[in-house]
Design a protein around this ligand. Sequence first.
Ligand code: 4AD
Ligand code: MG
Length: 502
Amino acid sequence: MSDDYTTIDCLSNHQDKEVTLAGWLYNSRSSGKILFLIIRDGTGLCQCVVEKGKVPDELFEQLKRLGTESSLTVTGLVRADDRSVGGYELAVTGARIISPTTDYPITPKSHGIDFLLQHRHLHLRSHRQWCIGKVRHTLIDAIRRFFNDNGFTLIDTPIFTAAAGEEEQTLFEVDYFGSPLQLTQTGQLHLESAAMSFGRVYCFGPTFRAEKSKTRRHLTEFWMVEPEVAFIDLDGLLELAENFVSFIAARVLQNNKSQLETLGADIAALEKIKPPFYRLTYTQAADILTGEKTQKFLAEQLTQFKDQKQQTESRIAKLEQQQKGKIKQFQQDKIAAELIELRADLAEIDTKIENNPKHAELAADFRWGKDLGGSDETIISQMHDKPVFVTHYPKQAKAFYMKTDRDNDRVVLNFDMLAPAGFGEIIGGSVREDDYDLLLQRIKDQNLDPENYSWYLDLRKYGSVPHGGFGLGVERTVAWLTGEKHIRQCIAFPRMMDKVYI
Ligand code: 4AD
Ligand code: MG
């Protein structure tokens, strides 16, 4: 059946020929004797122009009344048109309505985020969600390609686990035939054992964290890719991570430029994502946070936020004025949609204005030994135009498995990669402690039960080697690449601490 239809992404091959598209009515507008139907078919959007007299009158009337998201086929001649979405339009000669829709709940007037998440099964059809989904798809393909082409073997690690890989407080417990087990927070520990067999391995799957965090950076179920390499040191890991992230950013730029443009991503900034990335030690990062330059930077930011607030408020006032005038329905809808966006922007700017002094205070009070908080990461990442590695964190702030720096036993050989422009951490990784006694001590120091880690300790008994790896969060990376503010938009069906909608 699908052979009979042309897809919108292939229209360039059919210029001046008649084709039939099969899809859904995304949007429509009529101006007397002409109907403009925007059709989406899963591969893109296409404007289809129906002129009265060129199709039977009855069909013209049916199409004119057709509700958003009705399914249909449309036949017509392909014309190049620069002004049209996708560069082509269809001069319609016929159409067949498959399933008419009335009262589609999501209207162009736009809705609050709660409503849209409750209707995620439908909202996935929005152009924005479609663009994000396409970017995510490329990203995942690029992730696999990078590791597959660089000598890594894919190992699927288990989802039911008995040992915590990260903080114990964030484990989800499940009843496993009467005994407790946990949903995995990371595939890392199992992956380390596979690295001792295959050398270079990676796992890629969903991970779970019962993180009591309602921030824009936290989901309770997210996808993580984790490479693990035998015989590697910290410098080797940083190089691998910057090559990897540069590769995936380039693939997304190559395959999804038009989606990135639609989403308003900063394409010029993404084009800069090439090695080497910036490198800071944790101690340098701490000095930056408490330094005068940072306070000045934050004060300037506050002025910018206040300017933005003023501009947004005056735009809102102008639109509200226009709304009261006599204008066409579609213009009313357009204004209403823009107003919802602007009010959401305004709320966000207000939050930034409110948070700025708090973040400035947190930064000024930062003391060596604490983990970097979300706002600290944001500040460091805002001060850079390319990703930043922060390395050598204090031992007390980090996971038990990280290798103690033999030159300075207060710190570990780890790194976080912070995406630029305020997006913050997208990768966490480290060299692993490969000494049996030191690892056992760290397990005990963190009040973990050595029994649960006996198999993990075995790896240090039988041919232990220097090794390490990292984990990249897919949703955070999609958010960074697309410029999306909240990672809940970067997975089809998000799971958040306070709510699971559908
Ligand atoms: O820094 P994390 O906790 O590191 C690990 O899990 C290591 N075991 C990885 C490894 O070395 N193999 O998490 C890695 C990344 C973070 O940088 C972030 O991108 C993402 O996973 N992440 C989350 N993404 C969304 N929601 C959450 N709650 C996340 N927690 C971590
Ligand atoms: Mg981390």
